[in-house]
Design a protein around this ligand. Sequence first.
Ligand SMILES: Cc1ncc(COP(=O)(O)O)c(C=O)c1O
Length: 388
Amino acid sequence: MDLLSTLALHAAEAEKPLNDPISLPIYQSASWTFRDLDEVDAVYEGRQAGTIYGRNGTPNHRALEALFAALHAAEAAIACASGMSALSAAFLGLLEAGHKVVASQDLYGSTLGVLRDLGRFGVRVTTVDIGDWEGMERELEGARLLVLETSSNPRLRVPDLARLSELAHQAGALVLVDNTFASPYHCRPLEHGVDVVMESLTKFIGGHSDVMLGGLAGRREVLDPVRAVAVRMGFVSNPHECWLGVRGAHTLELRMQRASANALELARFLEAHPKVRRVHYPGLPSHPDHETAKRVLRNGFGAMLSFELEPSRSAVNALLHHLEHVRMALSLGGAHTTLSHPATSSHRFLTPAEREALGLHDGFLRMSVGIENLEDLRADLERGLGAV
Ligand SMILES: Cc1ncc(COP(=O)(O)O)c(C=O)c1O
């Protein structure tokens, strides 16, 4: 009898090791076995730790969730396939037709896009300037959710999280904050009274521009319905990405220390440069939210900054053609220093009027500062700006 096909499926048995590897193995299995129905019930009902199915999350998902919850001192966390999937899961888990969402007008373009999509499902959305207290108070009446970014994309606006959370809670609304730009190194929004913190872990936590991941953290009672939606609708990531996310986070503090120190120096350098019209960095006294940022952010002011050249594509192209180390890449939060151009990428799908209201003209650039040598970065920018 030829047992080849059976052996090919069943012979690769590995003994469970006596001791633990220091790096969690990658559990690359979508399907998990059970001894009997009692075990199925016990795992479904949470009486026994176990894995049901890839979409419910593997040990690698659980590890990333434990890490993200710990970094934010949160009760619970959910790992998702990207920042946008985390946001979408949160919106679909927390909102229903007839609800009203108040959002900062300073948000990542795709977040504004998803909020617009919610209109098709009967959710009303209004956007407000984070500094407009009267407008905030007025709009928050009857709202279910307030959506903010800790350090906004791309103008680096910093909302007073504690004050706004208080205002939202008085109105009966929950507060969700996208903390992607700050990372837990610079801010832990839950400590300011926020209910749900979301991050694109694709960025600073992953840290090496090689994963797509998102995370949500907060109180278990708030996140439970979101987790149910995330599992049912399939917003989950996969074991390998989750493993990379955990691996990236090992060096989060070291990378953030270096990158944010570099960013402060580059912000000062750019602000003094004759070719630069304006720098947006919350660590500069010239930034409108500098005082707020001192309260909201810790360990410095972050690795993201934006700056404005004359409003022309050719000025931007001249700069890009003469840079050696700093390259254009339409993401952020990696170890490399990169530039992006919101008008043609992150905020491309806004109407021209919406872009103009935010000042996102053709000369507006966003920089994700990395961990290279500061002098090399400064020399590179000096060379590039010299060609503008
Ligand atoms: C502030 C912010 N939030 C969310 C996202 C979306 O994250 P992801 O690309 O992982 O879906 C981004 C992406 O650039 C972002 O900049």
